[in-house]
Write a protein that binds this ligand. Structure first.
Ligand SMILES: Cc1cc2nc3c(=O)[nH]c(=O)nc-3n(C[C@H](O)[C@H](O)[C@H](O)COP(=O)(O)OP(=O)(O)OC[C@H]3O[C@@H](n4cnc5c(N)ncnc54)[C@H](O)[C@@H]3O)c2cc1C
Length: 444
């Protein structure tokens, strides 16, 4: 068993910390490492794509899971894939897309681990059709604080399943996963982009999109004047067999752009957002392969030293339009523009205790760090709370315990499950201490 000291950071560059790190090579080693955990407990860390302190455990232990990435079996009849948690979503797509299979959730990036994606209960651009990734999980094996492995699913050992899914590593280590891959209906998708002049037009369009499109996401121009809030570009896609628009014979290769920090400043500039909106044709269609359409965020990587905050909030269908209008109006009035603003649709309430999605809308806003921003974002969190919105935990950096109490109706069930499966809080993290600080700490 080998441990070493390492300084770890986060994707948003807002948090970092030094920890004792281990990197098990085999699932059987997880329990052996857990026996050696000291003060401040341990947390799993996948590919560290979460923006803030979710996969950090300062002065404690961190278990890197990326080497636990074996595929154990695949059944082409049922689509059941059994694999270890460190496998990347991108790898699953690369291996099984040529055989006509796809993951149920179409996420913006494929650069994170399946274990991390389940622990964060991720949603994608098809959230209105398929909901979160966890919906396609048949069962998970979880190594608990006592070293024993328990199997859990939505119907068996339900409390364990619902607390580990979306539980940000605070209950145990996911060591094996059974997930169903879907048969991809077609090889190609017809992608349509439509300019939306304001929020009313957008909300009207989304009503039919919910029923018709397979995938949907909206880029929002957060620099729009108060009279035009919600203007942006609606992107939908649906699988297609005989597309009206033929796939272009001259498709450029996907280019990866590595941009410096000031690119975020440029992306957030009102004039640049305005230009992006105006340069998008009123309506545009193209056909592309599903693999090319997927993981669009992986084409751009911005290196930021100052940090980025992500605020992702889910609202119900009833409250969404009003709440989103209020938040976008606040941005317009205060002239705080987001460097990325995206809206996706969601189909139903999440199954996990700490999941944020409800049937409605999920608004995701990225801001580069600057003076006074944290107070403003905390104000937006309160605005979200007033509209019964839930700030997603997976990338949050600013929530406080009182916000959790206000937003998460199954919080007590999560706390009860944590007390049952890990009464001494062997699994802990900077995120855990920030939000569950009232609970008893692990002592060796
Ligand atoms: C470019 C980009 C695009 C994104 N797009 C989307 C999107 O479309 N939809 C969406 O919902 N999210 C999205 N995210 C957020 C991302 O999906 C989540 O942060 C995801 O959890 C990251 O997985 P990871 O492997 O990097 O996990 P990490 O960041 O390493 O860890 C995340 C959490 O999972 C826990 N964890 C990791 N492995 C295990 C394990 N084996 N057992 C138990 N707990 C574990 C960790 O303890 C931590 O709390 C995006 C992030 C980026 C950077």
């Amino acid at each position: 068993m080998h441990w070493y000291e390492m300084k770890l950071g986060s994707r948003g560059q807002t948090h970092s910390g030094t920890s004792q790190v281990c990197r098990p090579e085999r699932v059987a080693d997880i329990a052996k490492y857990l026996e050696q955990v000291g003060k401040n407990g341990i947390v799993a860390r996948g590919s560290a794509s979460s923006y803030a302190d979710q996969a950090l455990n300062t002065d404690g232990a961190v278990m890197l899971s990326k080497r636990l990435d074996c595929i154990r079996s695949f059944n082409p009849e049922t689509g059941e894939l059994i694999c270890e948690p460190g496998i990347m979503l991108k790898t699953i797509t690369e291996v099984y897309a040529p055989q006509g299979f796809m993951l149920a959730t179409a996420t913006g990036s494929g650069q994170y681990t399946l274990g991390g994606a389940i622990a964060a209960n991720i949603i994608g651009q098809n959230g209105h059709k398929r909901m979160s990734l966890a919906k396609s999980v048949n069962w998970i094996d979880v190594v608990l604080a006592n070293g024993r492995t328990e199997r859990a699913s939505a119907t068996e050992n339900e409390a364990l399943f619902k607390s580990v899914v979306g539980g940000q590593g605070l209950i145990g280590i996911i060591s094996l996963i059974s997930i169903t891959l879907l048969k991809r209906p077609q090889e190609y998708v017809l992608v349509e982009k439509r300019r939306m002049a304001n929020l009313d037009e957008l909300m009207e369009a989304l009503k039919s999109v919910r029923k018709t499109a397979d995938f949907c996401s909206v880029w929002i121009d957060t620099s729009a004047k108060p009279g035009a809030v919600g203007r942006g570009v609606l992107k939908t896609a649906s699988f297609t067999k005989d597309a009206a628009v033929p796939a272009s014979p001259f498709t450029l290769p996907k280019i990866k752009l590595f941009l410096p920090y000031f690119a975020l400043h440029i992306a957030a500039m009102p004039s640049v957002q305005n230009l992006r909106y105006r340069l998008t044709r009123a309506q545009k269609k193209k056909v592309e392969s599903y693999e090319r359409f997927l993981y669009s965020s992986d084409n751009i990587r911005v290196f930021s030293t100052k940090g980025v905050y992500q605020l992702q909030i889910s609202f119900s269908e009833a409250e969404g339009p009003q709440a989103i209008r209020r938040i976008l109006t606040e941005l317009a009035q205060t002239r705080v523009t987001a460097c990325r603003a995206e809206l996706v649709l969601t189909k139903e309430d999440t199954l996990s205790y700490l999941g944020s999605a409800v049937r409605g809308y999920t608004l995701s806003l990225d801001f580069f760090r600057r003076k006074g921003l944290e107070d403003f974002l905390k104000h937006l969190i309160m605005v979200a709370g007033e509209h019964n919105g839930r700030v997603s935990l997976q990338d949050d950096a600013l929530l406080e315990p009182r916000h959790l109490v206000m937003m998460y109706k199954h919080l007590e069930k999560f706390t009860k499950a944590r007390n049952t499966f890990d009464p001494q809080k062997k699994f802990d993290s900077d995120f855990g201490r920030r939000l569950f600080s009232g609970e008893k700490k692990y002592e060796q």
